[in-house]
Structures are given as structure tokens and as C-alpha cells.
Design a protein around this ligand. Structure first.
Ligand code: ADP
Ligand code: ZN
Ligand code: ZN
Length: 776
């Protein structure tokens, strides 16, 4: 290891650029002597290197003994120093390189997700002309002081009036206590402890404190191990075992209806992998990473589990991540970014709810977790399990083809719930009929009756308000105006509590009245301003009226009520603990919740998502409805689902009602094939934004024409636009985009990157390439 290949952290450099440096002896010794490093050497270390008369941060991606051919070794500059221990090994460096190419981003940006949380070394400069500046945020491990009695404590007799000493000795008589805890029990005891330490009666020891490991439990979370696995579970586990044995990155899609025991399959599969000495990684959607899920993994694997998600502080994230790096935890359960956790000897990667749009990262690097996981599995020769009740069309299509990307794709079906639990009955209520019958209420008659039934039987219900693509806006009945944000082209949302209109793109708000006084139209001043569309607060209020005096707890969960740390958790605990309750919420309540007492699920407005201008609109609606329906009837009592809609004949709604996914799939796949959309093509979104509209137009027109010239005559390629984005103005920036469709298997990212790079971009105009885009 005399030379190293270093990727500089300068995001403006050409893709994949790496430079050669010499490794001084002391740098090598430091890397090799580092007990916590991930690669056991210099690869993966963050280093400082000289580059064109300044010092630059970089990441070591390879080391070698011979100087590169044709270069005088004496002229190769040395690495200045190591800034951070190794955070990744060679296979991870290869994955990063693949991400950079596939998703069209500079290699340093593809490396950053692998770095220690909070240790990201940023390079920034105020503007194009000022010098680069290094910003290191460090949140390394912290030590904690632990106090215990020494052997000589037995012979020590405090003086009669030394009450503080007696108190400290008393507190320590049961064993070692954290200093922080001791201080909480006996305020101001630190001087006493110091005095006792001096006399050799107590010892104070520093221990590494692991933050973020505090577990919480819901009564229903610590599910016990089932006595017998179902036939479906046995079949799925056999498929996983075969994929593990093949050791080449084979994929198993566990296609199991909600409540069929997929999580149980994950737990069992991990246990087997652990027995063979390997580690496992589990990704779940951020929102379902609740204490309930965590609790199930903890109760099976205890301290061998590290948890990673965005609600942890930087320090907590670092410590949990470091547990994996040190090889102290062998199971990582986390959200999307946990994909980059430094687990040693990886044997299995699991992605739960693999169809979730949140697995697509919406800032650079714009990767899709499913695709990166498949790459990691191949690189490390381990198995990949994709679980869902509604697998993505992409995954199902690959299973149909049996192999994809050089590995095998198998589908393991689990069509039934274990024991006596049955899939719930689904009833579709046509709201136009309800309206014609004179019911102008947010709850149809069937749903209102069903809620009363739940209250009488002392059961629980979940009510979903489908908020996506849905504006809770105000409309003036005199002039027809719908207030929009003057800075973004977004309808403003009305917040009743504060009497304000809020923009959900830029967060600006306007007061439109004071409590008690009428609100007035901002355009014509008319007082006839009415709310169209409803929010969770209104559902909550109406529900409280409907169920008044029945002793039903109402718990609301949406972005507003779960903002604070631990709020999400607290709401679920409240719902769990109540004797009879209704949980009202947005899509965040659709997934992962396993409360056996829930017997009713109501969907207030099923079809708002269907109206979105997105080729996945139907699939997303189907997924959401199927997932939320799956919250009912998970225990012994049967469940019922009531779906309110204005579009009862839509295949997505019909398919949920009939529990017949194949019906929906075939109509949906046909539409995708006709429109040349994924999974029959790959789709990229090239987004351009800036304050000056004509410059934005000019730059993007240039990119489009370069692109059109490049792909001319190539089959299956298509360029749509440039056009305004759905949100054509956000924070005073104009936004336009091009959509590009390419045949599956052709290099899309690198080509787009080249076209964007060729274009002259004036200051303040930005272009981003989003391959396999989700939100356009
Ligand atoms: P999914 O992840 O598919 O929604 P879960 O793994 O959460 O399903 O299982 C649903 C419920 O069924 C859980 O309460 C779980 O403890 C229980 N369960 C899972 N497998 C079995 C089994 N083989 N026998 C009995 N109960 C089971
Ligand atoms: Zn705005
Ligand atoms: Zn008006």
C-alpha cells in the first residue's frame, strides 16, 4: 500500500474522477492500526490531500503498491493526513461508482451516503469566485462515567455526620451506577464521589456510551414466535435459503397479502443467516419504522440490532452506525439510508414494502434503494428479499422474466393470513349515489353506521384521509378565485386554528381573518369564502360529533401532529392503550401497523390520488388502499373495509374490492406498455430551475436539442418537453423539465449527464438529472 486512489470532494469535477497520491508511512500505520476502521486499511478513509496549491478533502477508494505506469513515483504528492476512520470497503467503493454512473452524479456525491452520520465533511464556498472552505461536522462517540464501589469499600465506615457519603454508598450498594443517574438521584454529589474516589472507596470508570439504543415497547409489539410457520412462510424461507446458498445476489420477492406473516419470514431468515455467522440489513419505510416494528426485531435479536432513521439525532445515528462498523451489532434495521450501513460479512438484505415511493431518494444522489440493494447483493454475493403485499410492477415483471441483471428473480407467494385471521370484506360506496340520496356529509351512511358498530362493540377503527394530490383549499363563491401562493404556483391550504393560508411549497403564510371576524377573499373582498376539500382536523371534529358520549378515544396522526420528536410514537401508544378508539390520519397510517383489535378501516376519499398527473397514479392508489385495508381483521375478530369514492368503476378500486390484484395488474401493464412507461422503459426527469425564466428556458431547450440529436434514430428512446413542472414556480424559481424514456438496459444516466454538461449554464440556473424518477 504505497499509493492510493483518492476521489476529491469537489462536486463540480467530472464524473468518476480519482487522483493518485503517495501514502506516507505514518498515514499507513495510522490506517492499519485503527481498530474501528471498516476496511482494515486506508480504503474508505476521509483524507486531506494537496490539490492545485490548496488542501482538499477526499476519499480513498483503492490502494496499490506500484506507481501508476508512466508516472515518476517521486512526483506523486503525498496524502497530508487522515481526517476520519474508514467508513467503507472496496465493494462499497464499487457500489458508489455504479451509483454515480447509473444516477448521473459526481462520484463524491455517491460516496457521501457511505460516510459516518454527522461526520460528513462538506466543502463549500459562498459563491463561484470565493475559495472552497471545509466544514467538518463531527459527532464522534461520547464517554460516560460509571461509578462503583471498590473492594476496600467493605472496610470503610463513614463518619456519623457524613450523610452525603452514606447516601452515595447506599446508592452504589446494588452495583455500578451511571454518574448522570447518581447526580439525578443525589443532586450535588459529584464532590462527594470525588472525595470517596480519593480515598479508594469508589472507582470511576469511563465507558463508551451508545446513543439511540433506548427501546420503547407497545403492548402488542413484543409478538412471540409462532408455533408453526404457514405453508406460504415455509415456501418463502426455502426460496430465501436457496438465494443465500447461490451467493451471487439472487432476489426473492415475497408477495404476501397484508398480515400474511412477512415480518415473521424476515425474522426467521435473519436468524438463519446469523447462525451462519453473517449479518443482515433490513430496510423499512421511514414512516413504519415505529416502535412496533423495532420492538419485534429487538425482542428477537436484542442488542445485536442497530436502528437507523432520520428521527434520531446526529449523535444517536453515529453511535448506531458505529455499532455495525465495530461489528458489535449484526442486524441493522433502518430507513432508506441504512442501505449504506457498514455491516461486515453481509449475508442478507431485506426491503420491506418494496413498492414504496419513499425508497427513491429525491436529492442527489437520486438513487432507488431497491436498485442499489440489488447491486450491493451482487457485489457481496448475498441474497436480496423484497417483501410487499403490493409488489411494484417493476419487480413483478422481473420475476415473470425469471432473471434480470444476471441474477435470478423468484416470486414467493403468501396468499393467506395465519390462523383464523381472514382478509377483511371490502365494500365500495359510490359517493355520487350518496349525494343523490341527499347525504352531503363526509361520512356516507354505511361508514357512519359501521363507526357506531365499532363504538358499541368496543373495538377499534382506522380512518384514512387520502391527502396526496389533494388541496385543502378555499374558494370564493363570488368571484371563483382559489388563493394561490404568489411565489409558487400552489393552491394555499387553509389552517382553521390560526386562520391562515399556508403555502406547502415555500412555507409562507397569510392571515386572512381573526377568530370571530369573517374571512374575506383576497381578490374581491367577498366574505363568501368556503372551504373545499377537507383536512384531518375536520374529520376529527365531525367524528367527535358523531361519536359524542360514546366513550371513544380519537387519535389524529398527520404531518402536523407528529412533528415533535417522539410524537408519532406517543400517538400510536395512545391508540394502542385505549379501550375503544378511532385513529384518523393521512397515508402515514396505512402501513406497518399491526393492531389486532382493529375491525374497521374507512377510506374517506379513495380517488384523489387517481387524478394526479403521474403514470403511477393508479398503482399508488391501489397500493395505498390495499395497504390500509390490510390494517383490518388482523386478529380473531373479522374486519371490514369501507371505501368512499366518486370513481367506483376504476380498475384500481375494483381490484381492492375483489382482492384481485391480477385484474388490476393486467389492465395497468397494458396501459404502461401502450405508453412506453416503466417497467417497459426507463424514465428520467431532467429538471431545470432558476429565477430568470428566459434563461431557464434557454438552458433546458439546449439540453433537449443536444439530447434529441444524440438519440436520433435509436429505437425506444423518447424525449418529452421541455414543459413547465406541475409546480412551475417554487420559492421564486421557475421550474421546467424534460421527461426522457429509454429502453431498459441502456445507459441513461451517463448520456444525460453528458448532455447537461455540454450546456453553458449561467449563474443561478440549475439542472438536475433524476433517473428512474418518481415525482415529476
Ligand atoms: P405482515 O408483515 O405480512 O403484515 P406479520 O408478520 O406482521 O405480517 O404477521 C401478522 C400477524 O400474524 C402478527 O401478529 C404475527 O405475529 C402473526 N403471525 C405471523 N406468522 C404466524 C404464524 N406462522 N402463526 C401464527 N401467527 C403468525
Ligand atoms: Zn409558496
Ligand atoms: Zn372573491
Amino acid at each position: 500500500m504505497r499509493f492510493a486512489s483518492v476521489v476529491l470532494d469537489i462536486p463540480t469535477r467530472a464524473l468518476d474522477a480519482a487522483f493518485d497520491y503517495a501514502v506516507p508511512d505514518e498515514v499507513r500505520a495510522q490506517a492499519e492500526g485503527d481498530g474501528v476502521g471498516c476496511s482494515g486499511g486506508l480504503i474508505g478513509c476521509t483524507v486531506l490531500v494537496p490539490f492545485s496549491h490548496r488542501q482538499v478533502v477526499g476519499y480513498v477508494v483503492a490502494t496499490f503498491d506500484e506507481a501508476p505506469a508512466g508516472i515518476d513515483p517521486a512526483r506523486i504528492l503525498p496524502i497530508a493526513r487522515i481526517l476520519a476512520s474508514s467508513a467503507f470497503d472496496e465493494p462499497s467503493a464499487r457500489v458508489a461508482r455504479w451509483i454515480a454512473r447509473e444516477y448521473s452524479c459526481p462520484l463524491c456525491e455517491a460516496i457521501r451516503p457511505f460516510l459516518a452520520p454527522g461526520q460528513t465533511v462538506k466543502v463549500r464556498r459562498a459563491d463561484d469566485s470565493s475559495p472552497w472552505e471545509l466544514v467538518c461536522e463531527k459527532s464522534g462517540p461520547v464517554d460516560e462515567r460509571w461509578v462503583s464501589l471498590t473492594e476496600s469499600a467493605a472496610d470503610f465506615e463513614p463518619r456519623a455526620n457524613a450523610s452525603k457519603q452514606r447516601a452515595v454508598l447506599g446508592a452504589l450498594s446494588q452495583g455500578t451506577v451511571r454518574m448522570a443517574e447518581l447526580s439525578a438521584m443525589l443532586p450535588g454529589c459529584s464532590a462527594t464521589v470525588a472525595a470517596l474516589q480519593k480515598r479508594g472507596v469508589v472507582s470511576v470508570e469511563r465507558r463508551r456510551h451508545v446513543r439511540g439504543g433506548e427501546g420503547t415497547t407497545l403492548s402488542s409489539a413484543t409478538a412471540s414466535r409462532p408455533e408453526h410457520l404457514t405453508k406460504g412462510q415455509v415456501g418463502a424461507l426455502e426460496a430465501v435459503a436457496a438465494a443465500c446458498a447461490a451467493a451471487r445476489g439472487d432476489v426473492v420477492v415475497v408477495d404476501g397479502v397484508t398480515g400474511s406473516g412477512k415480518t415473521e419470514v424476515y425474522l426467521e431468515a435473519i436468524e438463519r443467516v446469523r447462525k451462519s455467522g453473517k449479518s443482515a440489513l433490513v430496510l423499512v419505510p421511514e414512516i413504519s419504522l415505529t416502535a412496533q416494528t423495532v420492538g419485534r426485531f429487538r425482542s428477537r435479536f436484542g442488542d445485536d440490532v442497530a436502528i437507523l432513521h432520520s428521527r434520531l439525532s446526529a449523535g444517536e445515528r453515529f453511535d448506531q452506525w458505529d455499532l455495525a462498523r465495530r461489528g458489535e451489532a449484526h442486524v441493522v434495521v433502518g430507513a432508506r439510508s441504512a442501505l449504506f450501513a457498514p455491516l461486515r460479512d453481509l449475508g442478507l438484505v431485506i426491503i420491506d414494502e418494496e413498492h414504496e415511493a419513499s425508497y427513491k431518494q429525491d436529492s442527489a444522489p437520486r438513487y432507488h434503494a431497491r436498485e442499489v440493494a440489488a447491486r450491493i447483493a451482487r457485489e457481496r454475493g448475498c441474497a436480496l428479499v423484497l417483501g410487499s403485499a403490493t409488489p411494484s410492477l417493476e419487480s413483478l415483471e422481473r420475476c415473470r422474466a425469471k432473471s434480470w441483471g444476471g441474477v435470478s428473480w423468484t416470486r414467493a407467494c403468501m396468499p393467506e393470513r395465519p390462523g383464523s385471521a381472514r382478509l377483511p370484506k371490502v365494500r365500495v360506496v359510490d359517493m355520487t349515489e350518496q349525494f343523490a340520496l341527499g347525504r352531503k356529509h363526509m361520512f356516507s351512511k354505511p361508514l357512519a353506521d359501521a363507526l357506531q358498530g365499532v363504538a358499541e362493540r368496543r373495538e377499534k377503527a382506522v380512518l384514512l384521509l387520502n391527502r396526496r394530490g389533494f388541496a385543502n383549499f378555499l374558494m370564493c363563491r363570488e368571484c371563483g378565485a382559489v388563493p394561490e401562493c404568489p411565489h409558487c404556483s400552489t393552491s394555499l391550504t387553509y389552517h382553521e386554528r390560526t386562520h391562515t393560508l399556508v403555502c406547502h411549497s415555500c412555507d409562507r403564510s397569510w392571515a386572512i381573518g381573526t377568530p370571530g371576524a369573517p374571512m374575506r377573499c383576497p381578490v374581491c373582498g367577498s366574505p363568501y369564502l368556503g372551504a373545499y376539500g377537507i383536512g384531518t382536523q375536520q374529520v376529527e371534529t365531525t367524528l367527535a360529533d358523531e361519536l359524542a358520549g360514546k366513550g371513544v378515544t380519537i387519535v389524529r396522526m398527520d404531518a402536523d401532529t407528529t412533528r415533535g420528536k417522539g410524537e408519532h410514537q406517543r400517538r400510536l401508544e395512545e391508540f394502542d392503550a385505549a379501550e375503544c378508539a378511532v385513529l384518523v390520519g393521512t397515508q402515514m397510517i396505512a402501513k406497518g401497523l399491526d393492531f389486532p383489535q382493529v375491525t374497521l378501516v374507512g377510506v374517506i376519499n379513495a380517488d384523489t390520488t387517481l387524478k394526479m398527473p403521474d403514470f403511477r397514479a393508479a398503482e399508488r392508489t391501489y397500493d395505498l388502499l390495499e395497504q390500509v385495508a390490510g390494517r383490518a381483521g388482523r386478529g380473531e375478530r373479522p374486519g371490514e373495509v369501507i371505501i368512499q369514492t366518486y370513481w367506483a368503476s376504476h380498475p384500481a378500486i375494483q381490484a381492492v374490492a375483489a382482492h384481485d390484484r391480477d385484474l388490476f395488474m393486467s389492465s395497468e401493464l397494458e396501459e404502461r406498455r401502450d405508453g412506453n412507461y416503466p417497467p417497459y422503459s426507463r424514465l428520467a426527469n431532467v429538471l431545470c430551475w432558476g429565477r430568470n425564466e428566459s434563461e431557464v428556458r434557454r438552458v433546458l431547450d439546449g439540453v433537449a436539442s443536444t439530447l434529441r440529436a444524440r438519440i436520433e434514430g435509436r429505437r425506444g428512446w423518447e424525449v418529452l418537453g421541455p414543459a413547465d413542472c406541475l409546480k412551475s414556480r417554487v420559492k421564486d424559481r421557475f421550474r421546467r423539465h424534460i421527461l426522457v424514456k429509454a429502453p431498459v438496459g441502456e445507459e441513461l444516466g451517463a448520456l444525460l449527464d453528458a448532455c447537461v454538461r455540454e450546456q453553458d449554464k449561467p449563474r443561478g440556473v440549475n439542472v438536475a438529472v433524476d433517473v428512474d424518477a418518481y415525482d415529476m
